[in-house]
Write a protein that binds this ligand. Structure first.
Ligand SMILES: [Zn+2]
Length: 221
């Protein structure tokens, strides 16, 4: 559950936090903590429409373009903190609105952070893996079950779209097996999930230590 103050952009920055529902600004209409259910109401709209339109949720408030530092969100199901997010927030009910351009920017930031954390194979690493097998793009695509177009796109140094996480994991498993021989797949996958900010608890306790063991030596993240 998140609470934050609602302040028109330009006045000052707002900050999200778990503990405080108190506003940082001076409007008396926003002094009530926001109910959790209301936090999840959202709709998409253009950035220029984010300023000063009537709230479609409560019908009484006005949606203000609001800048929030360290905005916690999820991108494709994975946790991500946006350094500085701009969203629409109703000054009465606190419902959030998101501009497609802004959420697209978040996805690009997320992708860049994955690259920085080495949570995805880089285009160069993909190329090295494929050439170490002395396979053409076409054969490599058929080996891992994707399309030639995907390999072409993923190996581009300036690629705009990364491989799916499943394809990335398969290629990493392949690379690891070429390096060390037989590998323990479960701890490998658990460690990879951690790079994406996710700790997966297994129901069978004996398996939970798997994620802490056998960290591959070449994992740089
Ligand atoms: Zn509202």
């Amino acid at each position: 559950m998140r609470f934050w103050a609602v302040i028109p952009m330009g006045d000052r920055f707002t900050r999200s936090g778990k503990s405080s529902g108190a506003p940082l600004g001076d409007s008396p209409s926003i002094s009530q903590p926001i109910k959790p259910m209301e936090m999840h109401r959202r709709c998409a709209m253009n950035t220029r429409e984010l300023v000063g339109f009537p709230c479609p949720e409560c019908g009484h408030g006005t949606v203000r373009s609001t800048r929030i530092l360290n905005y916690k969100t999820k991108i494709k199901g994975y946790p991500f903190v946006v350094d500085e997010a701009v969203i629409g927030v109703c000054d009465r009910c606190g419902s959030e609105s998101f501009a497609p351009e802004e959420t697209k920017r978040w996805e690009e930031l997320f992708y860049r952070s994955l690259e920085a954390r080495h949570a995805l194979l880089s285009p160069q690493e993909m190329l090295e893996l494929r050439t170490s097998l002395e396979l053409s793009m076409e054969d490599f695509a058929r080996l891992i079950g994707c399309t030639l177009q995907s390999i072409l796109a993923w190996e581009r140094p300036d690629r705009s779209a990364p491989p799916s996480r499943m394809a990335d994991l398969l290629m990493k498993l392949l690379r690891e097996s070429l390096r060390v021989g037989a590998i323990d797949v479960l701890p490998f996958l658990l460690n990879e999930a951690k790079k994406w900010g996710v700790v997966i608890e297994l129901r069978r306790p004996s398996m939970n230590s798997a994620g802490d063991a056998a960290m591959p030596q070449d994992q740089r993240a």
